[in-house]
Write a protein that binds this ligand. Structure first.
Ligand code: AMP
Length: 192
């Protein structure tokens, strides 16, 4: 699969849309690193670093970490990419200010596509609750969805206006979703 290792992609979608799963599958197929901000923050929490201590309770409540902190985290990671190296961004940007921050970096200026993984709301809640254990889990699930609608959904129009948005039907088996994502990226041999 030559020529794909320089693709610069943003994955957009609500919590439990399966974009994390697609991030790791596509990362392997395309040979580009998957940069998951949620994973980076969870690692920081697990390590008990100053960043982790700062974001722990925010994450537990399903709220967003502030744009300034996220900007630092992502800029630092992007600065370690090789020249021209591609990437898949999973979980960033999540707000319009974050999209502007990304647009101000060389990596962000070279975006090839923004893949929006769409799943019906009832299915998102069902998926989340089927995994949940804690008593307050449903509150947190609903809060994450509320925050998605309020802060992240405006990015759909933002990237549509830039001609970068590709809609992917996430309410299907994982490999079908991957197939549609690959064909949306113009990778030949991929079935929709
Ligand atoms: P995720 O694994 O992408 O669902 O992220 C888990 C949690 O990390 C989110 O609910 C937020 O609290 C936090 N987080 C991850 N990425 C971001 C971001 N770009 N901006 C703000 N908070 C984020």
């Amino acid at each position: 699969m030559g020529g794909a290792a320089d693709l610069k992609i943003v994955l957009l979608g609500p919590p439990n849309s399966g974009k994390g799963t697609q991030g790791s599958v596509l990362s392997e197929r395309l040979g580009v690193p998957c940069i998951s901000t949620g994973e980076m923050l969870r690692d920081a929490v697990a390590a008990g670093s100053p960043l982790g201590m700062r974001v722990k309770s925010i994450m537990a409540q399903g709220k967003l970490v502030d744009d300034g902190t996220m900007s630092e985290v992502v800029r630092e990671r992007l600065s370690r990419l090789g020249r021209g190296e591609g990437f898949l961004l999973d979980g960033f940007p999540r707000t319009l200010p974050q999209a502007e921050i990304l647009a101000g970096t060389p990596a962000g200026q070279a975006l090839d596509a923004v893949l929006l993984v769409e799943v019906p709301e009832a299915e998102l809640v069902r998926r989340a609750l089927s995994r949940g254990r804690e008593d307050d889990r449903e509150d947190v699930v609903r809060e994450r969805l509320r925050v998605y609608h309020e802060k992240t959904e405006p990015l759909i129009g933002y990237y549509e206006a830039l001609g970068l948005l590709r809609r992917i039907d996430g309410y299907r088996p994982v490999d079908r979703v991957t197939g549609q994502a690959l064909s949306a990226l113009g990778i030949s041999g991929a079935e929709a």
